[in-house]
Design a protein around this ligand. Structure first.
Ligand code: ATP
Ligand code: MG
Length: 580
């Protein structure tokens, strides 16, 4: 390809509203343009990267036994009524009416449609298992679309769905898809972790997310220093403290705490550490407010708390005004002693003796509180794991400690059970002629998101540094001052043709632009190999061969530069040429 026919659309300035590196670089390198909030066009260079991702996905999914299909984006309400999700899904589901006043939606995911295809086409357990995938546009009306294509409203997903007659069969496919995802990310050349994840409302114990590691990741993942344990922080269990609760030695004492409304302020005033305090949060519940009690230095895990009986999901904490109305006291003075609403106590808070907490009286706190003395009615059936694990906590599998990293969720593999096959009546005949509701698995992968995630991980100050398997081109030829020097123009063309003829995906920057502009664009766009032809070097029979990682420049002859690039990007053909 020639830049004269394959426009680059690079930008010099830094787009003001792009917060993350990948969003800025995707705009500046001319991969994407925003049409409206969370909706993007893909420009020529971006499309080439998408095609690379799709090729890797297709090859690995085919290998895992998944078969490609393509389902529509527009989906009728009736299917969503059957699964119950027309009601259950919030405003993320974009609904509309057509000219006949029929309700429809834009597919945010395709469980309903695939289950409908399945029930029409598959009759017998003998036809199981089946496993289908598609690479297709999704629409989710995200509350906060941001970071460019990382969290968009319209985006491309690879989604796969499998159907099974038995758990053992499901487990085999799950493993195959898990392995396929690992190979996909290996081939993409990205550093990633597969972690245990929360299965959300879908139920089912098995769920893994694949996270591309990056500082800017929206998710926190934890892993053990000594075992294979790795989980999304939402999922990771906080073990109960070891041993019996220490015996209390103090008696409860009421103290004045004017102006104290937070744990930090109480620590400051009393000089008692936060890990000997408890804090009280009030969440909305199905039959009125519910109190959640945590150790002062711990954070609430909203996903865990929302699963408790009587707590509304998704979790919502009451506003300070709502708390005051419901309990007659401000949020800064709440505590478990004498509180008039049902409580859940985190395991670590339950293990405390002689602790401090709010007294449920404005600007007063208790010191020296003990569960057995001051709240003897409290039973351990109100004790639960409701906190976020922290770095240094023991690993839930008993080996080592937890460390934290930030990640970008690229993919999610999931057990759906019979949720859709049952609600949509997609049964098949079993061995005895009876009905069997197949177990389903679903497997999502963010095709557009992975491009942004790759850039978050692979860039430097000058621009993108593509992992070779995702790069839009393998090599680039840049001529400097070709309009003034026929020799430069000719050498550029010779190198370009030689690489192209050898099957290299090569781009030649044949624009009549200043050298500074062309070299800055080349760095920004991040193609792994670059051969720069300039008049001065050419006079000495040399060109520059530059690898984008590290940007190390080697001066060599035209032939050597071509051989160097071929060796790197086409190892097999370079060997053939050498032996020819
Ligand atoms: P998240 O927690 O990031 O919202 P999710 O759990 O909603 O993701 P899934 O429904 O499992 O995501 O979708 C499968 C994959 O699709 C995700 O792993 C992610 O790579 C991609 N994806 C999901 N939502 C978006 C989005 N708004 N923009 C771009 N990609 C997305
Ligand atoms: Mg989501």
């Amino acid at each position: 390809m020639r830049v004269s026919q394959f426009p680059l659309f690079t930008l010099r300035g830094v787009p003001a509203d792009a917060e993350t590196v990948s969003h800025r670089l995707m705009l500046r390198a001319g991969l994407i343009r925003q049409l409206t909030a969370g909706v993007y066009s893909w420009l020529p260079l971006g499309v080439r990267v998408l095609r690379k991702v799709e090729t890797i996905l297709r090859e690995e999914l085919d290998k895992a036994g998944s078969v490609e299909i393509s389902m529509p984006t527009v989906q009728p309400r009736e299917l969503w009524d059957e699964s119950g999700r027309w009601e259950d899904m919030g405003p993320e589901l974009l609904r509309f009416k057509d000219r006949h006043e029929r309700d429809s939606c834009l597919g945010p995911t395709h469980e309903e449609v695939i289950t409908d295809i399945f029930r029409r086409e598959i009759r017998s357990y003998r036809q199981l298992p089946c496993n289908f995938y598609q690479i297709q546009t999704k629409f989710r009306d995200e509350i906060r679309p941001r970071y460019g294509v990382m969290r968009a409203r319209e985006f491309v997903m690879k989604d796969a769905y499998s159907f099974h007659a038995s758990q053992a069969c499901f487990d085999r496919t799950y493993r195959a898809m898990f392995d396929a995802y690992s190979r996909i990310l290996d081939r993409a050349g990205l550093e990633y972790r597969a972690v245990e994840a929360d299965s959300g409302a879908m139920g089912g114990a098995v769920s893994h997310e694949f996270h591309v590691l990056a500082e800017s990741g929206e998710d926190s993942i934890v892993f053990s220093t000594e075992s294979d344990y790795a989980a999304n922080v939402e999922k990771a269990e906080a073990l109960a403290p070891q041993g019996a609760r220490p015996a209390g030695t103090e008696t409860r004492q009421l103290i004045d705490t004017p102006g104290v409304h937070t744990i930090d302020e109480l620590v400051e005033m009393t000089q008692i550490p936060a890990n000997r305090m408890v804090k009280t949060l009030i969440a909305a519940g199905e039959e009125g407010p519910v109190a959640l009690i945590l150790r002062g230095d711990h954070q609430l895990n909203e996903i865990k708390a929302a699963k408790l009986d009587g707590v509304s999901a998704p979790l919502r904490l009451l506003t300070p005004d709502e708390v005051k109305d419901a309990l007659g006291v401000g949020v800064g003075s709440l505590g478990p002693v004498g509180l008039k609403v049902p409580l859940y106590i985190d395991r670590s808070a339950w293990h405390l003796a002689d602790f401090s907490c709010g007294a449920n009286i404005e600007e007063k706190h208790f010191l020296g509180v003990n569960w057995d003395v001051d709240m003897p009615q409290m039973r351990d059936d109100r004790v639960a794991d409701i906190r976020r694990v922290a770095e240094g906590d023991p690993s839930p599998d008993g080996c080592g400690e937890l460390k934290m990293l930030r990640g970008i969720e690229a993919g999610h593999v999931f057990q759906l059970g019979v949720k859709y096959s049952k609600s949509m009546n997609a049964s098949v005949q079993d061995e005895t002629g009876g009905h069997l509701y197949p177990l389903m698995g679903c497997y999502g992968f963010g095709v557009t998101r992975i491009v942004a995630a790759a850039i978050e991980q692979c860039h430097d100050d000058e621009g993108i540094v593509w992992p070779p398997s995702l790069a839009p081109f393998q090599a680039q030829v840049v001529t400097l001052g070709a309009s003034r020097s026929e020799a430069v123009a000719e050498a550029g063309e010779r190198i370009y043709s030689a690489l192209k003829d050898a099957g290299v995906e090569v781009l030649i920057d044949d624009r009549d632009e200043r050298p500074g502009v062309k070299l800055a664009d080349a760095d920004l766009v991040g193609i792994p190999w670059r051969i720069v032809v300039g008049q001065r070097n050419l006079a000495e029979g040399k060109v520059e061969c530059v690898q984008r990682t590290g940007r190390e420049v080697q001066l060599m002859s035209e032939q050597d530069a071509i051989a160097e690039v071929l060796r790197a990007v086409k190892p097999s053909s370079a060997v053939q040429r050498a032996s020819a």
